[in-house]
Design a protein around this ligand. Structure first.
Ligand SMILES: Nc1ncnc2c1ncn2[C@@H]1O[C@H](COP(=O)(O)OP(=O)(O)OP(=O)(O)O)[C@@H](O)[C@H]1O
Length: 253
C-alpha cells in the first residue's frame, strides 16, 4: 500500500485557472480486484467546493471506487486527475501528496494517541492547524487530551475527518461517515461536510447510506448500482424523484 517512489513522473496537463475549472476528475474509470472488475466506466468532474454524493445499495462498489480514487487499489482502466495532474494507478502516497485524502470507513485512527497527537502527526503545510481542525468539530476541543480509542463513535468520526483536514485535501473522500452512529449524531455531522467544502474549497466525495441527509448537503449525486452509474445529476433532482431514491437505497427502481 505504501508508495515509496521518490520520483514523480505524473503528467501535468492543463493547469486550472479557478472558477468552474474542474479540480478533481475521474475519466472512464473501471476498478476491481485482480481479474474481477466490480465498477465500470465512472466519469465525473468536480470544481472547487463541490460535494458529490456517491449513493447505492450494499455491494454496489462505492468503497471500491473510493479506494481506487485514493490509489489504494490498481485501476483496471481510466484516469484520475487532480488539479490537472494525472495520477498513476495504485499509488496511494502520490495521490495523497497531491491532495487526495481518504477518510476510510474504519477511520484508521491511532487509538493509543490523543486527539491532539492524531491531528498534529498528520499535519501538512497549508492544511488546517490543530486548532482550526478542532474549530470544525468543537466537541473535540473538550477531548483534546483523550486517547482516540477512548472516544465515542461519533467523536472518532469527527477526529478522522478533522485529521484529514490537516492534510490540505483538494479532494476529500469520505467513506460511510455515518457507519455505526446514532441518527442524531449523523444529522450533526453531515452539515459539517457542506461547511468543509465551502470553507476549504476542497471537492468532497461522500459515500453515504443516509441518502436523504447526504443529498441535503450535496451539490451533485451519482447512483451506482451493480458497479455501473444508474444516475448522475444535481442532488436536488434526486430528492424529488422517488424512483431514483429507491434505487439509491435498494438498487431497484
Ligand atoms: N477485497 C476484496 N476482494 C474481492 N472482492 C471484494 C473485495 N472487497 C469488496 N469486494 C467485492 O466488491 C463488490 C463491491 O464492494 P464494495 O465494498 O465496494 O461495495 P459498497 O457499495 O461499498 O458496499 P457497502 O455499502 O456494503 O459497503 C462486492 O461484490 C464485494 O464483495
Amino acid at each position: 500500500m505504501a508508495d515509496l517512489d521518490l520520483t514523480d513522473p505524473a503528467v501535468d496537463t492543463a493547469a486550472p485557472t479557478g472558477g468552474e475549472v474542474p479540480i478533481f476528475e475521474c475519466r472512464n474509470l473501471s476498478c476491481g480486484y485482480g481479474p474481477v472488475t466490480v465498477v465500470r466506466d465512472i466519469d465525473f468532474s468536480a470544481s472547487a467546493g463541490t460535494v458529490l454524493a456517491v449513493l447505492g445499495p450494499n455491494g454496489a462498489g462505492k468503497s471500491t471506487l473510493l479506494n481506487t480514487l485514493a490509489g489504494l487499489l490498481q485501476r483496471v482502466d481510466g484516469e484520475v486527475v487532480i488539479d490537472g495532474r494525472k495520477l498513476r494507478s495504485g499509488r496511494a502516497g502520490e495521490a495523497n501528496r497531491h491532495g487526495v485524502v481518504l477518510v476510510p470507513d474504519d477511520r484508521a485512527l491511532f487509538t493509543t494517541l490523543t486527539v491532539r497527537e492524531n491531528l498534529s502527526i498528520a499535519h501538512r503545510s497549508g492544511g488546517l492547524t490543530v486548532d482550526e481542525a478542532v474549530d470544525m468539530f468543537p466537541a473535540l476541543g473538550k477531548r483534546i487530551k483523550v486517547s482516540a480509542g477512548a472516544l465515542s463513535g461519533g467523536e472518532q468520526q469527527m477526529l478522522a475527518v478533522a485529521r484529514a483536514l490537516t492534510q490540505k485535501p483538494r479532494a476529500l473522500l469520505i467513506d460511510e461517515m455515518s457507519m455505526g452512529l446514532a441518527p442524531v449524531i449523523v444529522e450533526e455531522l453531515l452539515p459539517v461536510v457542506r461547511r468543509i467544502a465551502d470553507e476549504t474549497n476542497a471537492v468532497v466525495v461522500l459515500v453515504e447510506q443516509h441518502v436523504r441527509l447526504a443529498l441535503e448537503v450535496a451539490d451533485e449525486a451519482m447512483v451506482v448500482v451493480h458497479g455501473g452509474v444508474r444516475h448522475r445529476g444535481p442532488a436536488q433532482d434526486l430528492i424529488g424523484n422517488p424512483g431514483l431514491l429507491e434505487e439509491a437505497y435498494l438498487g431497484e427502481g
